[in-house]
Design a protein around this ligand. Sequence first.
Ligand code: SME
Length: 145
Amino acid sequence: MESILLFSRAQLRNEKNLTANLANLSAIIALYMEDLNWAGFYLMNEGELVLGPFQGKPACNRIAIGSGVCGTAVAEGKTQRVDDVLALDNHIACDAASRSELVVPIRQDGEILGVLDLDSPSLARFTDLEQSAMEELVRLLEETL
Ligand code: SME
């Protein structure tokens, strides 16, 4: 987790372009966090989430607010950590291999800009450690906005 924050800090210190930063942050997470099948971003666009830079299999392009784990993170304005996505009524299965998920909202000037979304093929993959590290990463990203 330390490597992810170290490389993310270096990336964000040297570049302010949002697309470049999201692309490299998703690559850094995918490279240094074990047991993930998807890591990336969805960004708010005309009232819904639209797919942004990511690493993993092709994913759904658009997610309505309140729908799935990502849409719930936007609707509630807080991190969602789901130990077993199959136990959820409204999980959106982009990749059938996903079993647990961590979604952190990203804010710009108090408004939700988008979300960071991590998926794992393992049940309960994400702990307090991953949650606080990814919330810290999002905080670093927000400082560049
Ligand atoms: N499973 C997510 C959708 C996005 S994919 O995981 C990449 C959700 O329920 O919001």
